[in-house]
Every structure is written in structure tokens, then in C-alpha cells.
Design a binder for this molecule. Sequence first.
Ligand SMILES: [Ca+2]
Length: 390
Amino acid sequence: MLKTINAVITPILAASLLLSCNESDLNQNVSETPEQNAPATGEVTKSEQENFVVDTLSNELSNPWGIAFLPDGKILVTEKAGEIRIFKDGALLPEKMTGVPEVFASGQGGLLDIKTHPDYADNGWIYITYSKPGEGGAATAMIRGKIDGNALVQTEELFRAQPYIKSGHHFGSRIAFDGKGHVFVSTGERGTKPNAQNLENHYGKVIRLNEDGSVPNDNPFVNTPKAKPEIWSYGHRNVQGMVYDDASNTLFAHEHGPKGGDEINIVLPGKNYGWPVITYGIDYDGSTISEISEKEGLEQPIHYWDPSIAPCGMAIVTSNKFPNWKGDLLIGALSHTHVVRVELDNKTFAGEEKLLEGVGRVRAVAESPDGFIYVATESPGMLLKLSPTN
Ligand SMILES: [Ca+2]
């Protein structure tokens, strides 16, 4: 069952985390977790536009964070404390993947996202983000590697955010491919707001790299003195959901805002998304962060949530398995323990619906290559599969 991480958090860090926010990974607010409300296997769930059944593939995961699909049908799930779990034929294997790097498993840090390359069948690359321990603290990092049996091999580091910071807060991070040779990585500002506006570090940013980790020469700040050339956009607080929509060539990201300020943004090169200069939220202690929510030159979200839902994980529905959801964003909610289906109309927010209400803190949402929807929750750590009923 759940491994407690409290033991490894220093008292100072723990105190700062308690002041933190609703995306806290400390599971301190899970008394509401309605285990008994999780949809029973085989029961038909009716929603506004689609009916589906939910299968619980496992309820024995420990803080699942990211989900990746292999062409042979295996599913890989990261656990935050540093394991990669393997599902074969829909069942969780007792064996864990070997060769996973050591992670800074404290606060919101740990083993984070995992994604197969769009051409995985040809090149075998799998991409992983994590909190890398190092001199002075920890940094959001991305590696790629290949899979040999149950081993992660040929790993190479593609990105490490600079600098290492002594904080367990706001590492991001999600991975998204544009299918044109680039990979995006999101970060968070590590609990230090000014980082998000400072182009001399990698925090509070969306990063864009070539798939081998090199810097694309058309990145927006490659010619800006002192700016980190990997930066694609900035002014983000903590981006834990990001997806590239191939149909509209659009990068969508959501981010944890302060209280009442979680956002969905369309991420464009060189743009400033405003944190902490503008925000719709207030600090979790009730104090004002900014008097303004709009400013010339700063981007507006396409939607914000007040109250906050604590968004984490995101998929865009592309297959015909759920035809009435096609093009919709499915977003996990940690504190609100559901999945939000967001309808878009020409890339603007057109409405939302709550799915799987009370299912637990939703950490990841993903669409498999064969069009099913997978949802990972904490407490208990479940992997759920949503299948349409026609
Ligand atoms: Ca913003």
C-alpha cells in the first residue's frame, strides 16, 4: 500500500509544505478519499455524452504519476518514490523495472512523467522526467532510455534544470512531443515566485528541445543574452499537465495556480504567462499575491478554476472510441477527486463536465494508442481503464 514519505522530509521542509497548497503530495487531505465511491468494475457509468465502464486494473500502486503505453500492449506506470511498474495483459506484474535513476523522493519530487516516443516502434526510446538529487538540492530532469526485458537501458540525460534548488516544491513536470522532432518538458517555479519571470533559470517554464536533447536553433530565446536557450515559454507556476494536439498543432498546458487560480493555457513560443505578476488566485494563507489579473504583454489563460481543482495530468481525446469526446481535454483533479472533461471550441473554453466524481486524487490521465482512457489515482493508488459501452 502507500509508502509514507513523511519520514524523509526534514521538519523545515515539512513546515513549508504545510503552508503550501492543494496540490501537496503529502496526502494530508485524503480523509475525504471515498474509496467506496470508486466505480465498481463492470458498472456502466452514464455521463452527458458517453457511457462507459471502469475497470480497476490495480489498487495496489503507490502514488502513481505517469502512464506510458508500449506497442506490445504493456503499460508502464511511474510511482513517485522511484519505481516503474509494469502492466501486462491488464495485470500488474510483481517485477519492477530495473535501471531507473535515483530520484529525490521528497515533497512533490520523485519519479514523475513517462512517455513513449511517437515512433517508439521504430526507435524504442522512452522518455522520463524526475527530480534529480544533486549538490545543493534537486532539479527537474529528463532522460531517455530503451527497454530490454524489465530493464531500462541505454539511458542518457537530455535535460537538467539549472540550478539545483533546496526545495521539495513545484518540479512540474510533463512530457509532450510535437511529432516534428521536438519534445517539451514543463517545470514549476520551485516555490520561489520570481523564478518564473527570470529567464536565467529553467523554473516556471516550458522547455523545448530536439528529441536528442539539443537546443533547437529556432527557440525564442537562443539569441537573448543570459537567457536559457531551452526556454519556450515562461511565467508558469507549476505545470503538471501538458499535451500536444496534433490536429490543431497546439500545445495545451494547465498549471496549479494559487488558491482560485488554476489555469489552462495555450503555450506559444516566447510568451509570458504572467505568474506571479498577474493571477486570478490568492495565496493559500489568504494574502494577496497580485492586485491585477491582466496586464498588457502577459498572456491570459483560456480558463481558470475558482475554486481550485488542483489539476494534474491531461489527455486529449483523439480516437473514435469516445466519438462525442473527440477533441476534448480530460484533466485530473487532485483536491477535487475527479476528472474534468473540458470542451473546446476553436481552442477556446466551451464548457466542462465532472467525470468519476469522488474517485480519489487523480494524478494522471492518458489515452492509449487503441483509444481507451486510463486514469491513475492516489490513496488508494489505482490504475483505471475506461471503455465505451455502445
Ligand atoms: Ca497565468
